[in-house]
Design a protein around this ligand. Structure first.
Ligand code: PMP
Ligand code: GLU
Length: 400
């Protein structure tokens, strides 16, 4: 092939979540009344006290220069304190924390620092779209272990054990999970930890970005379990729990060797994350948590609302998500059916059909490793959710 572009980018899939959001935005701009349930993004505004902290930081005039590559020291200390006190990660210190431009950037840094050509990374599937593409970009091989609707899409420690080979470098999961909303229990995480401990060359990447949106009760961090601090990279950020997607602040807590490597990588790629955004993040993590709790209460209410409406659509099969803000229903009942000039053979077709006929944008499960499902984000207003589900029910009912 004679492209000016690298094989690296030519072989990369576009982010399906962002692609669907872009499509919805374009159709809206054309005046079409699209309800967008595709992007996993809080519909709330960033809490007022966080906005005020950013304004104050600008007025102070102290944060316009290059920040330290790993993040401001006080922010790293506040993150380490939170991890010690709330996540029971007793060993977490500022030196273990690296702040980056969103958790996506944190994950990319970690894989860039850990993966050699041909190394395998086990992914609990269904999984967030970007994991596999970042792993491949780094020369790694994603190895999927699959959960099913029957077990709330949670693959097991036994499946993890069976997937490990001499080339396995790491395992990654998100809990609460994007796209399924499932949450690992303490026992499930303990079982995963026991498997990992048998393999000294292997690390866990625990993506806890939806930690605050958890209806199941307490969130357990695998890094807090005996012997696991040295084996875990905890990933977290401000996008979801503090409604700060556009501010771009994420972080890792990792053993020193990895934290130092990530700092070095970041020093050559992006430098430290935006100063003002870090000041805002500090107000988020060290300040009053009431707004975050209220947002989670709103998500829980909406989960229940959407649950009732989905149950009312013949053919939709779903479990009850315990966190994040997604439903991930199985839609195989609609495969092979047609209406309005569309034939639905898979979840991709169904999403295109629902976008065209119901004007509701969703994301196909194939982007998350589950081609029988679609993802619906309920981070939207009650009115939008009720209207979207009404339109979906009608359009799906017309398929025959
Ligand atoms: N992990 C998961 C599971 C996600 O859903 C997202 C989506 N935002 C991210 C990481 C990255 O988040 P951000 O880059 O906005 O911090
Ligand atoms: N994580 C969100 C989602 O899954 C935001 C988009 C993205 O970065 O993938 O929709």
């Amino acid at each position: 092939m004679n492209s000016i572009l690298s094989d690296r980018i030519l072989n990369m899939e576009e982010s399906a979540t962002l692609a669907m959001a872009k499509k919805a935005r374009e159709l809206k701009a054309q005046g079409i009344d699209i309800i967008s349930l595709s992007l996993g993004e809080p519909d709330f505004k960033t809490p007022k006290h966080i906005q005020e902290a950013a304004k104050a930081a600008i007025d102070e005039g102290k944060y316009f220069a290059y920040p330290p590559v790993a993040g401001y020291q006080d922010l790293r200390e506040a993150i380490a304190k939170k991890l010690r006190e709330e996540n029971n990660i007793a060993q977490a210190k500022a030196e273990n924390i690296v702040v980056s431009t969103g958790a996506k950037h944190s994950i990319a840094n970690v894989f860039m620092c850990m993966i050699n050509e041909g190394d395998e990374v086990v992914i609990f599937s269904p999984y967030w779209v970007s994991y596999a593409e970042i792993i491949k970009l780094c020369g790694g091989v994603p190895v999927l272990i699959e959960g099913t609707l029957e077990n709330n899409f949670k693959a097991t420690a036994a499946q993890l054990e069976a997937a490990i080979t001499p080339k396995t470098k790491a395992v990654i999961y998100s809990s609460p999970c994007n796209p399924t909303g499932s949450v690992f229990s303490k026992e499930e995480l303990e079982a995963i930890a026991e498997v990992v401990k048998k393999h000294p060359r292997m690390m866990v990447i625990a993506d806890e970005i939806y930690e605050l949106i958890n209806f199941a009760g307490k969130n357990y961090s695998i890094a807090s379990f005996p012997g696991m601090f040295e084996r875990t990279i905890t990933v977290n950020g401000f996008s979801k729990g503090y409604a700060m997607t556009g501010w771009r602040v994420g972080y890792i807590c990792a053993p020193l060797e990895i934290a130092k490597a990530v700092e070095k990588m970041q020093g050559q790629f992006t430098s430290g994350g935006t100063g003002i955004a870090q000041r805002a993040a500090l107000a988020g993590i060290a300040g009053d948590q009431t707004t975050s709790r209220e947002m989670t209460e709103a998500y829980l209410r909406r989960r229940n609302l959407v649950m009732g409406l989905l149950k009312d659509i013949p053919g939709i099969k779903t479990h009850v998500p315990e966190g994040a803000f997604y439903f991930f229903p199985d839609v195989t009942a609609f495969f092979g059916k047609s209406a309005h000039g569309y034939t639905v053979n898979n979840a991709d077709d169904l999403c295109l059909y629902l976008l065209a006929v119901a004007n509701v944008s969703l994301v196909t499960g194939s982007a998350f490793g589950a081609p029988n499902c679609i993802r619906l984000s309920y981070a939207a207003s009650d009115e939008e959710l009720v209207e979207a589900l009404k339109r979906m029910k009608k359009a799906l009912g017309e398929l025959a």
